[in-house]
Design a protein around this ligand. Structure first.
Ligand code: NAD
Length: 408
């Protein structure tokens, strides 16, 4: 029995009505194709590891690996379901996958991390490969982890296969553009939204989470003259109604400090930043940040999701009824996996394309995906939110492919 979160089960049930799905189709959507589990031992302690391929209709599995103390089967399965939907919507030739190890990475030395990465591959390498299932970085895994994993895979299989994993350093076939591609994708979409829907020329922003996705987004917005009034990280949040100096914030982060060490702003709580009166609230930290408990307090009219699943199903309903436009994760944060696709395709073909060309390609793909989702929303007479519209497109495509394959 697939362990999919209740929110995702409810979403599929909602789509059943909207798309008039058969019970066979619903069953297929609620079932992961492959769930693999293993135990990894570090310094005598045992840790659970997972790799899930949710669906393969459109291509091999694709999705990151996270090292985090809260990883569990339900979370990995739900994340792999979202990857399936995201890849289908993005128009890239992948199914969906995800992996993880239930471990606190902050307690690990570099040698432990290498050991963990190599053991992960040792347990799962038979199920991975450029045409089977392709991992990438996720929370607390990075290009160094990808390098160890590639090396271990190639040692085991005794051949070079750089396309078996993405998010690698450039020296091993990675792309420079991958680093800020998630933020760039979100930035391209939000600029379309501003152009088409906001009456203001330069709306204000608050950004929850100042890691890879959030800090690059801040940099891009700042360069373009947008005001960022508030940011947060795991230590807390800061606010200045006149705007924050993004360069200074990045400087603090590069010194290993927190955004709360920034002096020219008021300290506020992690809860308060979500409820500020700013035009656009960007969520770039964790899942389930806006739920039934705080949805009613949200003042921003636009929410940009860079994190996966930051708004719960219940909150979606409240915010939609209140007229808040949510630019959903499966659309807004797809820049990362699109750049991963470019890396994979280049590694497979063995040719080298210019980064500027690929950045343009990312831009046109993100714009086209935004248009697709907004048009689907219009086709439903604006009766569903953008997330549901995005799911409708992605699911129709997956089911059509499954039908062509003769699986339903
Ligand atoms: P990261 O680890 O680089 O940054 C996460 C940030 O969130 C850090 O600044 C951390 O301090 C902050 N944070 C943690 N707990 C917080 C809290 N309670 N309140 C406020 N901030 C908090 O991770 P990232 O790569 O930037 O990813 C952020 C989110 O975006 C994740 O949900 C990830 O799954 C999603 N995402 C990232 C990518 C990518 O390519 N980086 C792609 C798709 C989705």
């Amino acid at each position: 029995m697939t362990k999919l979160s209740k929110d995702n089960i409810d979403r599929i049930d909602k789509l059943k009505k909207l798309l008039d799905l058969s019970s066979k189709e619903v069953k297929l959507l609620k079932t992961a194709k492959q769930i693999k589990k293993a135990t990894i031992t570090i310094r005598g302690k045992k840790y659970q590891a997972f790799r899930v391929v949710y669906n393969r209709a459109l291509g091999p599995g694709k999705g990151g690996i996270r090292f985090h103390q809260e990883v569990n089967e339900e979370e990995v399965t739900s994340l792999s379901f979202w990857m399936t939907i995201k890849n289908s919507l993005a128009g890239i030739p992948y199914g969906g996958g995800k992996g993880g190890v239930r471990i606190n990475p902050k307690n690990l030395s570099e040698a432990d991390k290498e050991n963990l990465s190599r053991q992960y591959i040792d347990k799962f390498y038979k199920f991975l490969g450029q045409d089977k299932d392709i991992p990438a970085p996720d929370v607390y895994t990075n290009s160094q982890v990808m390098s160890w994993m590639l090396d271990e895979f190639e040692k085991k299989t005794q051949r070079h296969e750089p396309a078996m994993i993405t998010g690698k350093p450039q020296e091993l076939g990675g792309l420079l553009m991958r680093q800020d591609a998630t933020a760039k994708g979100a930035y391209i979409v939000v600029k379309e939204v501003i152009k088409q829907h906001l009456k203001k020329n330069k709306p204000s922003f608050a950004i929850q989470g100042f890691g890879n996705a959030g800090s690059y987004l801040a940099k891009m917005l700042d360069k373009d003259g947008y005001k960022i009034l508030a940011v947060s990280d795991s230590k807390g949040a800061i606010y200045n109604e006149k705007g924050l100096n993004v360069e200074m914030l990045n400087e603090l982060k590069s010194q290993g400090k927190s955004v709360v060490d920034y002096k020219e702003a008021k300290k506020i709580s992690g809860k308060e930043i979500l409820e500020l009166d700013v035009d656009i609230l960007a969520l770039a930290a964790l899942g389930d940040q806006i739920t039934k408990a705080n949805a009613k307090n949200i003042k921003s009219r636009y929410i940009l999701e860079l994190a996966n699943g930051p708004v719960s199903n219940d909150a979606d309903k409240t915010l939609f009824a209140d007229g808040v436009m949510i630019i959903p994760d499966i659309l807004a944060n797809a820049g990362g996996v699109i750049a991963s696709y470019f890396e994979w395709a280049q590694n497979k073909a063995g040719n080298v394309l210019d980064d500027n060309y690929l950045i343009k390609l990312l831009e046109s793909k993100m714009k086209a995906n935004w248009e697709k989702v907004f048009n689907q929303y219009l086709e439903t007479d604006k009766k569903v939110d953008l997330r549901t519209a995005a799911y409708m497109i992605a699911i129709k495509k997956i089911l059509k492919t499954e039908k062509l394959r003769g699986n339903i």
